[in-house]
Write a protein that binds this ligand. Structure first.
Ligand SMILES: C[S@@+](CC[C@H](N)C(=O)[O-])C[C@H]1O[C@@H](n2cnc3c(N)ncnc32)[C@H](O)[C@@H]1O
Length: 159
Protein backbone atom coordinates (compact mmCIF):
# COMPACT_ATOMS: atom_id res chain seq x y z
CA UNK A 1 0.00 0.00 0.00
CA UNK A 2 1.32 3.42 -0.85
CA UNK A 3 1.80 5.82 2.00
CA UNK A 4 -1.25 7.95 2.79
CA UNK A 5 -3.42 5.74 0.56
CA UNK A 6 -6.42 6.04 2.91
CA UNK A 7 -6.62 9.82 2.37
CA UNK A 8 -8.59 10.37 -0.78
CA UNK A 9 -9.69 13.96 -0.75
CA UNK A 10 -9.11 17.42 0.64
CA UNK A 11 -11.53 18.15 3.46
CA UNK A 12 -11.20 14.80 5.20
CA UNK A 13 -10.61 14.46 8.95
CA UNK A 14 -7.65 12.20 9.71
CA UNK A 15 -6.13 10.81 12.90
CA UNK A 16 -2.61 9.37 13.30
CA UNK A 17 -2.57 7.22 16.46
CA UNK A 18 0.78 6.99 18.25
CA UNK A 19 2.16 9.70 16.01
CA UNK A 20 5.65 9.84 17.53
CA UNK A 21 7.58 12.73 16.06
CA UNK A 22 4.73 13.42 13.63
CA UNK A 23 6.19 12.78 10.18
CA UNK A 24 3.14 10.76 9.08
CA UNK A 25 0.74 13.28 10.61
CA UNK A 26 2.37 15.95 8.48
CA UNK A 27 1.91 13.79 5.38
CA UNK A 28 -1.75 13.18 6.23
CA UNK A 29 -2.26 16.92 6.82
CA UNK A 30 -0.83 17.67 3.39
CA UNK A 31 -3.11 15.03 1.82
CA UNK A 32 -6.30 16.55 3.24
CA UNK A 33 -5.32 20.22 2.88
CA UNK A 34 -6.52 22.89 2.61
CA UNK A 35 -9.94 22.22 4.09
CA UNK A 36 -9.34 19.01 6.05
CA UNK A 37 -7.40 18.41 9.23
CA UNK A 38 -4.96 15.80 10.51
CA UNK A 39 -4.30 15.21 14.19
CA UNK A 40 -1.54 13.14 15.73
CA UNK A 41 -2.45 11.46 19.01
CA UNK A 42 0.66 10.87 21.12
CA UNK A 43 0.83 10.20 24.88
CA UNK A 44 4.55 10.91 25.29
CA UNK A 45 5.01 14.64 26.01
CA UNK A 46 8.58 14.72 24.71
CA UNK A 47 7.65 13.14 21.37
CA UNK A 48 4.63 15.42 21.13
CA UNK A 49 6.83 18.48 21.70
CA UNK A 50 9.22 17.39 18.96
CA UNK A 51 6.27 16.73 16.62
CA UNK A 52 4.83 20.18 17.28
CA UNK A 53 8.20 21.85 16.73
CA UNK A 54 8.87 19.94 13.49
CA UNK A 55 5.41 20.71 12.13
CA UNK A 56 5.84 24.39 12.94
CA UNK A 57 9.26 24.47 11.26
CA UNK A 58 7.82 22.77 8.19
CA UNK A 59 4.81 25.08 8.03
CA UNK A 60 2.51 22.08 8.39
CA UNK A 61 -1.04 22.46 9.71
CA UNK A 62 -0.74 19.09 11.50
CA UNK A 63 -1.80 19.33 15.12
CA UNK A 64 -1.12 17.08 18.06
CA UNK A 65 -3.15 15.79 20.96
CA UNK A 66 -2.38 13.96 24.20
CA UNK A 67 -4.25 10.68 24.54
CA UNK A 68 -4.31 6.91 24.74
CA UNK A 69 -5.19 4.53 21.91
CA UNK A 70 -7.16 2.45 24.42
CA UNK A 71 -9.54 5.33 25.20
CA UNK A 72 -9.49 7.80 22.34
CA UNK A 73 -10.54 11.27 23.53
CA UNK A 74 -12.76 11.76 20.47
CA UNK A 75 -16.47 11.49 19.69
CA UNK A 76 -18.09 8.63 17.81
CA UNK A 77 -18.08 8.59 13.99
CA UNK A 78 -16.23 11.86 13.47
CA UNK A 79 -13.28 10.73 11.34
CA UNK A 80 -12.78 9.77 7.71
CA UNK A 81 -9.35 8.19 8.12
CA UNK A 82 -7.30 6.59 10.90
CA UNK A 83 -3.63 5.76 10.49
CA UNK A 84 -1.99 3.57 13.17
CA UNK A 85 1.59 2.62 12.38
CA UNK A 86 3.82 0.45 14.61
CA UNK A 87 1.70 1.08 17.69
CA UNK A 88 -0.52 -1.98 18.25
CA UNK A 89 2.53 -4.12 19.03
CA UNK A 90 3.19 -1.95 22.11
CA UNK A 91 -0.30 -2.07 23.60
CA UNK A 92 -1.50 -4.34 26.40
CA UNK A 93 -4.89 -4.70 24.71
CA UNK A 94 -4.61 -4.08 20.95
CA UNK A 95 -8.13 -5.39 20.30
CA UNK A 96 -9.50 -2.61 22.50
CA UNK A 97 -7.57 -0.04 20.45
CA UNK A 98 -9.02 -1.49 17.24
CA UNK A 99 -12.53 -1.26 18.73
CA UNK A 100 -11.83 2.38 19.60
CA UNK A 101 -10.74 3.02 16.02
CA UNK A 102 -14.01 1.53 14.76
CA UNK A 103 -15.93 3.76 17.18
CA UNK A 104 -14.35 7.05 16.01
CA UNK A 105 -14.55 6.26 12.27
CA UNK A 106 -17.66 7.35 10.40
CA UNK A 107 -19.50 4.65 8.43
CA UNK A 108 -17.40 4.06 5.32
CA UNK A 109 -14.29 5.52 6.92
CA UNK A 110 -10.90 3.97 6.17
CA UNK A 111 -8.15 2.69 8.41
CA UNK A 112 -4.52 1.72 7.90
CA UNK A 113 -3.09 -0.60 10.58
CA UNK A 114 0.61 -1.12 9.96
CA UNK A 115 2.88 -3.09 12.23
CA UNK A 116 6.10 -5.03 12.38
CA UNK A 117 6.42 -8.69 11.47
CA UNK A 118 9.39 -9.51 13.68
CA UNK A 119 9.64 -13.04 12.25
CA UNK A 120 10.90 -11.51 9.00
CA UNK A 121 13.20 -8.94 10.60
CA UNK A 122 16.60 -8.52 8.94
CA UNK A 123 19.39 -6.10 9.75
CA UNK A 124 20.49 -4.53 6.50
CA UNK A 125 22.70 -2.84 5.57
CA UNK A 126 25.09 -4.14 8.16
CA UNK A 127 26.24 -0.90 9.72
CA UNK A 128 29.74 -1.67 11.01
CA UNK A 129 29.12 -0.05 14.40
CA UNK A 130 25.89 -2.02 14.98
CA UNK A 131 26.57 -5.45 13.51
CA UNK A 132 29.10 -6.62 16.15
CA UNK A 133 26.69 -5.75 18.96
CA UNK A 134 23.58 -7.30 17.43
CA UNK A 135 22.48 -10.73 18.57
CA UNK A 136 19.27 -12.44 17.45
CA UNK A 137 16.99 -13.10 20.40
CA UNK A 138 17.19 -16.70 21.64
CA UNK A 139 13.39 -16.63 21.94
CA UNK A 140 11.22 -17.03 18.85
CA UNK A 141 9.74 -13.71 17.74
CA UNK A 142 6.13 -13.07 18.71
CA UNK A 143 3.57 -13.55 15.94
CA UNK A 144 2.18 -10.36 14.39
CA UNK A 145 -0.68 -9.09 16.55
CA UNK A 146 -2.48 -6.77 14.15
CA UNK A 147 -4.82 -9.24 12.37
CA UNK A 148 -5.59 -10.98 15.64
CA UNK A 149 -6.45 -7.65 17.26
CA UNK A 150 -8.77 -6.73 14.41
CA UNK A 151 -10.56 -10.10 14.47
CA UNK A 152 -10.98 -10.06 18.25
CA UNK A 153 -12.45 -6.57 17.98
CA UNK A 154 -15.12 -8.03 15.70
CA UNK A 155 -13.81 -7.03 12.28
CA UNK A 156 -14.65 -9.54 9.56
CA UNK A 157 -12.08 -12.06 8.35
CA UNK A 158 -11.47 -11.95 4.62
CA UNK A 159 -9.33 -14.37 2.64
C1 LIG B 1 7.41 2.73 17.21
S1 LIG B 1 6.64 4.30 17.60
C2 LIG B 1 5.77 4.64 16.07
C3 LIG B 1 5.63 6.11 15.82
C4 LIG B 1 4.98 6.46 14.47
N1 LIG B 1 3.64 5.91 14.38
C5 LIG B 1 5.83 5.94 13.33
O1 LIG B 1 5.45 4.96 12.68
O2 LIG B 1 6.89 6.53 13.11
C6 LIG B 1 5.29 3.84 18.70
C7 LIG B 1 4.49 5.05 19.17
O3 LIG B 1 3.33 4.60 19.88
C8 LIG B 1 3.14 5.46 20.97
N2 LIG B 1 2.29 4.81 21.97
C9 LIG B 1 2.65 3.90 22.90
N3 LIG B 1 1.60 3.55 23.66
C10 LIG B 1 0.54 4.25 23.19
C11 LIG B 1 -0.85 4.33 23.55
N4 LIG B 1 -1.34 3.61 24.57
N5 LIG B 1 -1.64 5.16 22.85
C12 LIG B 1 -1.15 5.87 21.80
N6 LIG B 1 0.15 5.85 21.42
C13 LIG B 1 0.97 5.04 22.10
C14 LIG B 1 4.56 5.76 21.45
O4 LIG B 1 4.62 6.87 22.31
C15 LIG B 1 5.27 5.96 20.13
O5 LIG B 1 5.16 7.28 19.66
Amino acid sequence: MGARAPCRAPGEQALDIGSGTGSETQALAAAVAPTGAATGLEPHPGLRAVAEQRAAEAGSPARFLDGDALALPLPDAGLDVVWCERVLQHLADPARAVAEIARVLRPGGRVALLDTDWATFVLHPAAPEIRPRWRPSPRPPPPPRTPDAAWRAGWPKRA
